[in-house]
Design a protein around this ligand. Structure first.
Ligand code: AP5
Ligand code: ZN
Length: 212
């Protein structure tokens, strides 16, 4: 299947996408991870305000469309089935995506604002394998150490309270219109994301199976 996963920062897109890739054998295409792996890439020849993705990301702002569109186009050209996570984040990107591929399903994870802030400021990620933890809700066996690979757990540069607030602002202003766009097209399936990860997964899985 070709799945789009939508939701605010911290809604659980990464968490659910990992389960989707495993269950449905599709590629996980995530602009956030792709950009984090290329944070210091020189984009100054693209006529951008700043010279690297890092400067946008650490402020909680969107990286310019030209950079992100190129990442997604390249990844989609190599994928058969996929779950696309973190894109599109504004209407221009949504229009771009329509020229690149068809979708079987757009899935929206609904989570309230307070819970989002709580999840993001408490998130810790493995510096080696990227597995997500949370200081209260999802602790590793040994503090600061990844259960999966023994890697060190760190806080993402954009998970400070100030940057989290900015990311949520950007989401309301730029990405909510994208959600409305898919809703108006009648292509959007909403899942209540404010429950335990396994309960959310039950619904996500059933929704994908129904769409197939
Ligand atoms: P990106 O990496 O995409 O970040 P995001 O959208 O802010 O999403 P997150 O990864 O923070 O959250 P998530 O929804 O995946 O939740 P997760 O599963 O991790 O983007 C980062 C930056 O890159 C952007 O700010 C921008 O600068 C740039 N960028 C990316 N794409 C772009 C684009 N298209 N255009 C322009 N710029 C772009 O879960 C969060 C936490 O909650 C974890 O700790 C997890 O353990 C916990 N958790 C998950 N599910 C549950 C649950 N059900 N109950 C309790 N806790 C849970
Ligand atoms: Zn790890």
């Amino acid at each position: 299947p070709r799945i789009l996963i939508l939701g605010a920062p911290g809604a659980g897109k990464g968490t659910q996408s990992a389960k989707i890739t495993e269950e449905f054998d599709v590629d996980h295409i995530t602009t956030g991870d792709a950009l984090r792996g290329n944070k210091d890439m020189d984009i100054s020849d693209m006529d951008t305000e700043y010279d690297t993705p890092r400067e946008y990301m650490d402020r909680g702002e969107l990286v310019p469309d030209a950079v992100v569109n190129a990442i997604v186009e390249e990844a989609l050209s190599q994928a058969d089935g996929f779950v696309l996570d973190g894109y599109p984040r504004n209407l221009e990107q949504a229009e771009e995506l329509e020229g690149m591929t068809d979708l079987d399903l757009a899935l929206m994870l609904d989570v309230g604002e307070e819970e989002l802030v709580d999840r993001l400021t408490g998130r810790r990620v493995c510096s080696e394998c990227g597995t997500n933890y949370h200081v209260e809700y999802d602790q590793p066996e040994e503090e600061g150490v990844c259960d999966e690979c023994g890697g060190e757990l760190i806080q993402r540069d954009d998970d400070t309270e100030e940057t989290v607030r900015e990311r949520l602002e950007v989401y309301h202003e730029n990405t909510e219109p994208v959600i409305e766009h898919y809703e108006e097209q009648g292509d959007l399936e909403r899942v209540d994301g404010e429950r335990a990860p396994d309960e959310v997964w039950e619904d996500v899985k059933a929704t994908i199976e129904d769409a197939a």
